[in-house]
Ligand binder design. Structure first.
Ligand code: BYC
Length: 469
């Protein structure tokens, strides 16, 4: 199924044959572009950026690379290929044909989930609005912009569903997507993490490692949805999401690598000495990890959630890779939770947010292992680690239960006293910000980050990925 680039809105959903939908989306398009110009990376509107653009949705040839000015990026609507005879893979409607339209009785539930998903996409672009001004290299600047334009496209993906499946309500929700803003006191973004500022590149790499990975798991469970257009939309989004997590994993890995070089040169692990050389000491990297990991854990919702149970029962949102399980109905099974009050058995359907969160945590561990391998290969015995999922939670059973990063219950006072060493303190943030000096000579890297192993699309690292004009 090829993508039609001859129309105002590139798409592979035969938009030209649905004039009403096409007109509604064409009406939203200039508002999106206004939002991009105001809230996106607007200091770089005239830059030529080496970007990939989706040109097909199959596994082989879905991307084309080329130089683009970001406001001219061809945002569009791309769904993965349909699967003939697809049936609903979980819940009470297990085995019935997948829906091509939203069933009337599930309208508000579907809408709420699509709105929540959609809201995160422009939020992340807003969070990263000024980051380009302090890029550590042109290679990184290009990756930031690739992530930004694709988050913009993911907004298009959800707005398409809102327009196509929810009529007037959906069109209103699509307008609201551009009216809420990250960190806005009156109209914030829906989920907590998407209102946190991302003012430095270490935070950006942590965000793309930890928060985009929440995206991966939410999209994987929506890719199982009984609503076929939603499932196909999310399947294609996942191909783009993979690059964002690559940026995060290699970004943190390169910061660690540079720190290890400095530690070796100096023959010390003393944070003050490492900082004086303009690198980020490992304990500070750990603090940034603690912050973004715990914030991202909250994005999965409460451990016990009737919303999650009902989404599963109704075939709206499954588990990632649902096919790996034997039982797809789950109305008998139970799940054991650890709560501040002790162990508690709850029905599996009610614990679906926790099932998803645990799959996510496992996935988070993979990159941490790689970073630790770098550290031990360099001959140092420091280890980075994910904090306990009980630590610093704002949502769910552990929300008002202070623990240390190991998950041991402590008093509120101990918690307050410990925090400056557990998550970035004001001093840590000020130090990391002080490193954020713009480097834009092709191939040059800021002193706090090692160069990548290779460039983009087989080009050398010193290719001029962004022509600043
Ligand atoms: N902050 O029953 P509960 C991505 C709300 S990231 C604020 O516990 P439920 C991306 C919740 O909305 C993936 N509020 O949980 C990454 C509910 O409010 P209402 C984003 C929160 O309903 C990087 C109430 O608390 N995708 O794509 O099962 C860059 C009780 O909720 C939070 C999705 O999230 C929070 N952290 O909700 C760009 C998928 N957590 O309705 C993009 C769609 C919960 O009672 N969303 N609440 O007022 C969902 O599936 C679900 O809405 C949730 C869990 C996962 C959020």
């Amino acid at each position: 199924m090829s993508i039609d680039y001859t129309t105002k809105i590139p798409n592979n959903v035969d938009l030209a044959n649905d004039r009403t939908l096409q007109r509604a989306l064409e009406h939203w398009q200039p508002k999106f572009l206004d939002w991009w110009r105001e809230m996106g990376p607007n200091a770089f509107s005239s830059a030529d950026v080496y970007l990939r653009t989706a040109t097909g949705v199959d596994a082989q040839g879905w991307a084309t690379y080329g130089s683009v000015k970001m406001p001219d990026y061809r945002w569009g609507i791309f769904l993965a290929e349909p699967v003939a005879g697809r049936t609903i893979g979980f819940g009470d409607n297990f085995g019935q044909p997948a829906w091509q339209q939203v069933p009337g009785e599930l309208r508000s539930q579907f809408r709420r989930i699509i709105v929540t998903q959609g809201d995160t996409e422009p939020a992340s672009v807003e969070q990263q609005h000024l980051l380009g001004l302090t890029c550590p290299s042109l290679y990184d600047l290009r990756n930031l912009f690739q992530v930004n334009v694709e988050e913009g496209r993911h907004l298009w993906a959800m707005v398409y569903l809102l327009h196509a499946c929810f009529g007037r309500d959906g069109r209103e929700e699509a307008e609201e997507m551009l009216a809420r803003h990250s960190g806005d006191a009156d109209k914030p973004r829906i989920l907590g993490t998407f209102n946190e500022p991302i003012n430095d590149w270490l935070s950006f790499f942590m965000f793309t490692y930890f928060t985009d990975r929440d995206g991966k798991f939410q999209l994987k469970s929506l890719a199982e949805s009984g609503l076929d257009p939603l499932a196909r939309t999310c399947r294609f989004m996942l191909t783009e999401e993979a690059h964002h997590m690559f940026v995060g994993e290699t970004g943190v890995g390169r910061v660690v690598k540079r720190t290890l070089e400095v530690m070796k040169e100096l023959g010390t692990d003393d944070p003050a000495a490492i900082r004086a050389q303009g690198a980020v000491d490992l304990p500070t990297i750990q603090c940034y990890m603690n912050f973004w990991f715990t914030s991202s854990l909250d994005l999965f919702g409460s451990e016990v959630s009737s919303n999650a149970a009902s989404s599963f029962a109704n075939g709206i949102k499954g588990r990632p890779d649902e096919a790996q399980y034997q039982d797809h109905v789950c109305n008998e099974a139970s799940y054991e939770l650890g709560t501040p009050q002790g162990k508690e058995a709850v029905s599996l359907r009610n614990a679906m947010n926790e099932v998803l969160r645990n799959a996510y945590i496992k996935d988070c561990e993979i990159g941490v292992k790689r970073w630790n391998m770098q550290i031990s290969r360099a001959g140092f015995d420091f280890q980075l680690g994910l904090p306990s999922p009980r630590f610093r939670r704002a949502i769910g059973a552990w929300a008002n239960a202070p623990t240390d990063p190991q998950g041991r219950s402590i008093s509120g006072d101990e918690f307050e006293r410990g925090m400056p060493g557990w998550i970035p303190s004001q001093d840590d943030r000020a130090f990391v910000m002080s490193l954020m000096q713009r480097v834009v000579e092709p191939g040059k890297m800021a002193g706090w980050i090692a160069p990548p192993d290779r460039g983009i699309n087989n080009l050398p690292v010193d290719y001029e990925y962004v022509k600043l004009n």
